[in-house]
Write a protein that binds this ligand. Sequence first.
Ligand SMILES: Cc1cc2nc3c(=O)[nH]c(=O)nc-3n(C[C@H](O)[C@H](O)[C@H](O)COP(=O)(O)OP(=O)(O)OC[C@H]3O[C@@H](n4cnc5c(N)ncnc54)[C@H](O)[C@@H]3O)c2cc1C
Length: 483
Amino acid sequence: MKLSRYDYIIVGSGAGGGVLAFHLARAGKRVLMLEAGQRWQPRDYPDNELDASARLMWSGGVEPSQDASLMLMRGRTLGGGTVINQCLLDRFDDIALDDWAARSGLDSFSETAMGRHYDAVEADLSLQSIPESDWNGNARIYADGFDRLGYRRAPLRRGQSRCDVAGGNDCMRCLGGCPRASKQSTAATFLPRAEELGLEIITGCHIHGVVHGSAGVTVYGQVGREQVQFFAARCVLAAGTLGSSRILMNSGLGDALPALGKGFFCHPQFVTFARYAEPVDAHRGSFQALKSDDPRFRAAGFKLENVFMGPVAAAYLLPGGARAHQRLMRDYRHLACIEVAVRDVTPGRLSLSRGGQLRIHKSLGAPERKRAREGLKIIRDIYRVTGATEVAQAPTGIGLHLMGGCAQGLHRDSSVVNPEFAVHGMPRLHVVDGSLFPSAPGINPSLTIMALAHRAAEALLGGAQAPAGISRSVPADAAEVSA
Ligand SMILES: Cc1cc2nc3c(=O)[nH]c(=O)nc-3n(C[C@H](O)[C@H](O)[C@H](O)COP(=O)(O)OP(=O)(O)OC[C@H]3O[C@@H](n4cnc5c(N)ncnc54)[C@H](O)[C@@H]3O)c2cc1C
């Protein structure tokens, strides 16, 4: 058993934990980060989808909702979800933030109040969009369909610094960890710099629970088979929606926190493939280049994503029995893909089984089904006007944006975390990750999680040592930098 004392312990190293760790370390605090996943050097990330799922994600890749209608994914590696995500970084609009303000009672949820936190995080990241010259066949079909049908589209904004190193955004390995250290995961940006400033990191450390005391917080878990225990003046849970909710529930805090585990959202996504007579080669070049930017879609509660996937994910999501499925897989080069992502309004719930297993209660309500249907109809229209010969819809929904469970707000009956990012009634225990979200924004969440972490750093440091930016430049050979 280990017992050490720190100013801060941060559990989890993803979008929230990574940004917060940097700012606390920069303010001279003694910070320990505990992460269940492993540390990888960029060049060592798995080079195939199956290994990447098994080694970089929880539960080997997917975690089903209780009714198995949705397959959820989350990262388990140093850098968390930022290592396995697409790194599309969008600010929230007032449609999302006004809803948060109304639910939480916090006027800090507005475009104006969030602005300087977005500014600060963006200044520390390299942001690029994919030039039209680098679009692949899938992006061209998406753009052509939007233009013919009169819908508005826009370029995506990605956190990346040198995806075009060999000419033309030619790499599709983003979801399995970026071998070029180009994608702006916290493992490639905030964490190495925080370590230079003294951040200590223990990977392979699974935290089970916390005990809040009058002098600080005790954190307990295990590294391999060894039980470990740490002590800090303050503890910040940044273990993501499922992780932080589970740690609080497992710590026996469910009765004290009636809103714990409630208000779980995930932007359910439904993928539709289409077959074309000519090769599309959607697997070549930039994985994603465009997004829907049509106010009618936003008002209707969905967006259309220009996505594709590797052969394993495609095999998982393509419909049909043996022969039909095999035929589609054989035509892999001829497949295009678009998905509808729904802004969900029917809250799910997280709970623990008697044996301590996480249960994810999340079903599609009537509003989500309607939004999905509307989006899927437009996707079919896009395929029709662009000459697809066959359309194939995935049989299951997926959830990549896991949000809520420890909502931030004024009142204990409807929220878990107060405006200072402390758990209600526990001034030394904090939460800083996507679990804070009071509802689903309908927009990519990670930039806002980072912006909230920047705001949390200010709250924790009492404003006196307000966080400043890190250097914008990426190391000459980031692959050699200890991440
Ligand atoms: C395939 C995919 C694509 C995505 N694409 C995008 C995108 O393009 N844009 C976007 O904005 N978002 C995207 N997302 C979502 C985004 O990555 C997440 O919303 C974001 O990373 C969540 O940040 P977080 O800080 O809440 O948690 P995470 O980033 O998930 O970090 C939590 C960390 O805590 C660790 N942890 C959990 N439990 C414990 C425990 N008990 N003990 C120790 N450590 C623990 C985890 O291993 C993890 O490293 C995508 C997600 C996926 C899966």
